[in-house]
Design a protein around this ligand. Sequence first.
Ligand code: SRM
Ligand code: SF4
Length: 558
Amino acid sequence: MNSSLSPQPPSANELLKLASPTLAGTIPQALADPQTDRFSDDDNQFLKFHGIYQEDDRDLRKTGKKYIMMIRVRVPGGVITPAQYLELDRLSEQYANRTLRITSRQTLQFHGVLKSNLAVTIREINESLLTTLATCGDVVRNITVSPSPAEGTVGAQLQAQAHSLSEFFSPVTPSYHGIWLDGKELDLNEDFVDPIYGKTYLPRKFKIGFAIPPVNDTDVFTNDVGLIAIVEDGQVVGFNFAVGGGMGRSHNNEATFARLADVVGFITPEQVEQAILATVTIHRDFGDRTNRKHARLKYVIAERGVDWFREELERRSGIKVLPARPAEFTRQGDPFGWQVQPDGQRFLGLFIETGRIKDTATRQIKTALRLIVEQFAPEVRFTPGNNLIFANIAPENVAAITAILKEHGVALPEQISAVRRASTACVSLPTCALALAESERVFPALLTEIECALAETGLANTPIVTRISGCPNGCSRPYVAEIGLVGKAPGKYQLYLGANPQGTRLGRVWKEVIKLEEVAGELKPLFARYAAERLDGEPFGDWVARILWNEQPTLESK
Ligand code: SRM
Ligand code: SF4
């Protein structure tokens, strides 16, 4: 099935990229036309490279399709300044649906931006020294890094490396600046060739993540390239280099599957850029350009093998990959509550339900966060668990910040159950065009039912990584959750069990179809057995793998 042998014609996206390698399409013309509230389907493909998705509110379809845009900001490593946070907050009020959505790759999304407000929003994002370029599309996406300020200099080293890689892999097309920032007449030169990506860019998206053992907070093995930091005497001496991870699959298509990255070997920090460049070009040259469902690097690795990949990487980069160093993960998950940084300052890990920063009648979290940033100017960090960290806070400000949160009805992490804190949901309805079932909107209530089932079986406050996605693309990474729900149809899900809490094992299908209202009832007897049969300290996912998988050896990781 590889591209070079395949008799299939290139996919429609490949022809589009070939025809407009600057990625401009006819976006400038559509933007200048006030008569239309939308872009053409072809331009929609180009918009993605600029960080924009054309969507509609699916709840309102019956009254006629009204187009709205989602904008994704690039935030390598998830860290922004207080001034940038306040500006993004302001833009969300002025041009979007008054919410900010923290994503599972540590970025921020605006939802509900009208076409008429698109250019001004993008321009003002750039004026705050952030960009939206390459947060979507067939290029290197936002790079994830362990967000905990407790990592000190090691964390800072990785942040710096992520920023430099993000620059290095940024497409050089002049169209982003031309369309959104300069408003200049564009030279839509069909001969334009990106120096890394070539004329047709990558066959598909490409994701890079860093993790610092023992915490796998970025789900490092779900990336196309995962870099596992090896730390000696408080310094990063190199990385175990892993390739070929990815979550996306399709229902009833066995040729598509979730996959964890394989560790290829050890490289030094100085070799990282060249090793990833070689990997990106391997994806560029060997990825499937005929079938977008088979186009991720993971399929190249699955079909050609790690040894082939290592040889190809060494040939292209001149790097001699050394044997992997010992590195062990003990858990996924974000840091919560007040904690001390290595420099003595404080940080606060806040739980943001489903990553959505918004005010409600009972909880004004958006206002509270704004007030805290205005008054105390903490650094703001977004986590891969869709949560938020305030960093670099003077110890004397802890009480005042805690008081602001309380005044606005924001629960502190210690008031939230362990299962809820370990849980994530993808965006799904109403904005996601690919959603088959609800996710973000139904998850809080489902978690309440799961909390009850845990309490009734004597397991109150047990941390079980639970994730839901509205379709098999797996944007919340449900296949590495101890309990994973994957949307199949309205109200119906696949139920996955048995991944481990450190994110190094995929779950297996326990129920091919389950209704949302049946999920807690299905889990409760399993919780009861787990409570009775678990070994000392054994997590739920490990008990499932030890007991249930042996009882039902037919269960498969699909
Ligand atoms: Fe995703 C597509 C949201 C992380 C796998 N994802 C989408 C789109 C853009 C739908 C679309 O193409 O029309 C969703 C936008 C909905 C909306 O209204 O906001 C969407 N993905 C998200 C976010 C916002 C989910 C979240 O709850 O945080 C995450 C944004 C991350 C970011 O800031 O860049 C997000 N998506 C992921 C992840 C997790 C990760 O990267 O760690 C995955 C699984 C890992 C992987 O890539 O394999 C993921 N998203 C997909 C896929 C399947 C790709 C595949 O290989 O098959 C799609 C569909 C596609 O690309 O065609 C997709
Ligand atoms: Fe949309 Fe599916 Fe991703 Fe959820 S998992 S945001 S439904 S593409």
